[in-house]
Design a binder for this molecule. Structure first.
Ligand code: ZN
Length: 69
């Protein structure tokens, strides 16, 4: 059975529940029994460093950290 990470919107509790997909909607917060919960998805690395490609794409002109300046 898969496990899902949830966060309670009411009390901010993070918890993991092993539940089948069809019962996922019935999951409630173990702390305050609220059904107002949000499923957490694994954080995808969106590449926080912008302009990673060195070259003429540098917008600041002289950043000193890329080979394009
Ligand atoms: Zn809660």
């Amino acid at each position: 059975m898969p496990a899902y990470d949830f966060r309670c919107k009411k009390c901010d509790k993070n918890f993991t529940v092993q539940v089948s997909i069809k019962d996922k909607a019935k999951v409630a917060c173990p702390e305050c029994c609220s059904g107002d919960i949000q499923q957490k998805f694994n954080r995808v690395n969106l590449g926080g460093i912008s302009g990673g490609s060195a070259g003429s794409s540098c917008s600041s002109g002289s950043c000193g950290s890329c080979s394009g300046c």
